[in-house]
Design a protein around this ligand. Structure first.
Ligand code: NAD
Length: 498
């Protein structure tokens, strides 16, 4: 077994090879313009790599290769069992290369490397395995026409899928899209966030090793407003699936209407409530999970439980527990296995978090933990785990997505008030409810407008269950069998016997 010590990760970081070119038709290719952009390691603020900045010409090439591979039937024409065998190999190759992939995530975006290893990389492999195993167990349908006809409803792949993904879980979110799209028989182009291209670029190479034919899985690197936009506007992209900010998600709807009316699937922002009722007996567990819900991954989680709604009769006691947990966070070098919170992805994101913290202070909020940035080992991209107490739901800090380790605590007196506050947001991605009353759990879960309501836990997530948003948190669902709906279309074939 590998010894995952600090020294191990430091040594590996010095020798790792970074793939810095786009991946089109089974090979790494520089942008046709030869342009590059810089990726910075947030733990050092030093240059990590110069990566190809693809533009419309590169996107055209990737779409054309994806289209040819789709039309040739080299992948779409395989049986689900044949695709399964190949994708299971890819899932195993992810495990075989797990340290390298974890390190790539950490170097790009700063998450603690042990989380990258145990959560992101192992999760990516598990999701691929789940979809590979599911694909040859889904049957098509026959309509109840009676004896005079046979009408089949068969699911077919759609064609060329563009997946535009963010930097917070670069490998995982790519695989949330890639796994069902590939298993349904489509060809795919992934556009990683500019901050975090390396794990997906390595994955594309592993896919070739596993036997995925050339042109079926392509990666176009570069800026969102150039390469991402070109994919969104491309007339030969059949579906765009996006995870990122609500503002850019809305642009994809526009791109679709200005081009070929491609379906657009969106996973966007959130301001998820975590509601603690006084009848929850295990407040220690609730506090542990509430801390995880806001501090995991530096709070850079779309479903982060950023609004903590606590019944006023237990609020003081609960806030003390939260302060203790904020103090227990180990901020530091993400390569150190002792670290539980790394740096924020980049300067722009730090500035955005700090400006929301400062705004909260000017609106009268008091930080009972954290409340500022921090400099560690020469990097000034750290933000202290922060808790604002006595926030009202109208304050900016309770309304805007911070996408950082900042918690707003809001008190309530009744179930009705808690539900009203929970739903008073333009978002609806996730929510949590803590209660020992089964009746209340059902009642409140039904009334909260969110794609996932976790009861007596936070962020319940599994390949088996759909993930996605109500309201402005998105359109459509990732994960589960439902994700196949996004990447297949249903054909009716009616055979008349009369
Ligand atoms: P972002 O919207 O800036 O970028 C996401 C992707 O879109 C990146 O690949 C980026 O290059 C691309 N992009 C940016 N501008 C574009 C444009 N004009 N046209 C086309 N593509 C463009 O978001 P981000 O900063 O990468 O991630 C943070 C946001 O993502 C947060 O708001 C967070 O809530 C959201 N997010 C949501 C989920 C979810 O599942 N709902 C998951 C992770 C992150």
């Amino acid at each position: 077994m590998t010894d995952h010590s600090y020294a191990f990760w430091q040594a590996k970081a010095k020798t790792i090879t970074l793939k810095n070119l786009a991946f089109i038709n089974g090979e790494y290719r520089a942008a046709q313009s030869a342009a590059t952009y810089e990726v910075i390691n947030p733990a050092t603020e030093q240059l990590l790599a110069e990566v190809s900045a693809c533009d419309e010409a590169d996107v055209d090439a990737a779409v054309s290769c994806a289209r040819s591979s789709f039309d040739s039937g080299v992948w779409a024409g395989k049986t689900p069992s044949e695709r399964k065998a190949i994708v299971l190999k890819l899932a195993q190759l992810i495990i075989d290369n797990k340290e390298e992939l974890a390190l790539l995530e950490t170097l790009d975006m700063g998450k603690p490397v042990m989380d990258a290893l145990n959560v992101d990389v192992m999760g990516a492999s598990a999701i691929l395995t789940w979809y590979a195993e599911a694909a040859d167990k889904i049957y098509d349908e026959i309509a109840p026409t009676g004896d005079g006809a046979l009408a089949t409803m068969t699911r077919e792949p759609i064609g060329v899928i563009a997946a535009i993904v963010p930097w917070n879980f670069p490998l995982d979110i790519a695989i949330w899209k890639l796994a069902p799209a590939l298993m349904a028989g489509n060809s795919v182009i992934v556009k990683p966030a500019e901050q975090s291209p390396h794990s997906v670029l390595r994955l594309a190479e592993l896919a070739i090793d596993a036997g995925v034919p050339k042109g079926v899985f392509n990666v176009v690197t570069g800026y969102g407003h150039v390469a991402g936009k070109a994919l969104g506007l491309h007339n030969d992209v059949d579906v765009a699936t996006f995870t990122g900010s609500t503002a850019v998600g809305k642009l994809f709807l526009r791109y679709s209407s200005e081009s070929n009316m491609k379906p657009v699937w969106l996973e966007t922002g959130g301001k998820s409530p975590n509601v603690i009722f006084a009848d929850c007996e295990n407040l220690e567990k609730a506090a542990d999970k509430a801390a995880f819900g806001i501090f995991f991954n530096q709070g850079e989680v779309c479903s982060a439980n950023s609004r903590l709604l606590v019944e006023n009769s237990i609020k003081d006691e609960f806030v003390e527990k939260m302060i203790a947990r904020a103090k227990a966070v180990v901020l530091g070098d993400p390569l150190n296995p002792e670290t539980t919170m790394g740096p924020i992805v980049n300067r722009k994101q730090v500035d955005s978090i700090i400006s929301l913290i400062e705004r909260a202070k000017t609106e009268g909020c008091v930080a009972v933990a954290g409340g500022s940035g921090a400099t560690i080992d020469g990097s000034s991209l750290y933000v202290q785990p922060t808790i604002f107490n006595d926030v009202t739901n109208q304050m900016t800090i309770a309304r805007e997505e911070v996408f950082g380790p900042v918690l707003s605590v809001i008190g309530f007196d009744s179930e009705e008030e808690a539900i009203a506050i929970a739903n008073d947001t333009p978002y609806g991605l996730a929510a949590s409810v803590w209660t020992d009353s089964l009746n209340r759990a059902h009642r409140v879960a039904r009334k909260i407008k969110a794609g996932t309501v976790s009861v007596n836990t936070v962020d319940a997530l599994s390949p088996m269950t759909p993930f996605g948003g109500y309201k402005q948190s998105g359109i459509g669902r990732d994960l589960s069998i439902h994700a196949f709906d996004k990447f297949t279309q249903v054909k009716t074939t009616w055979i008349d016997f009369s």
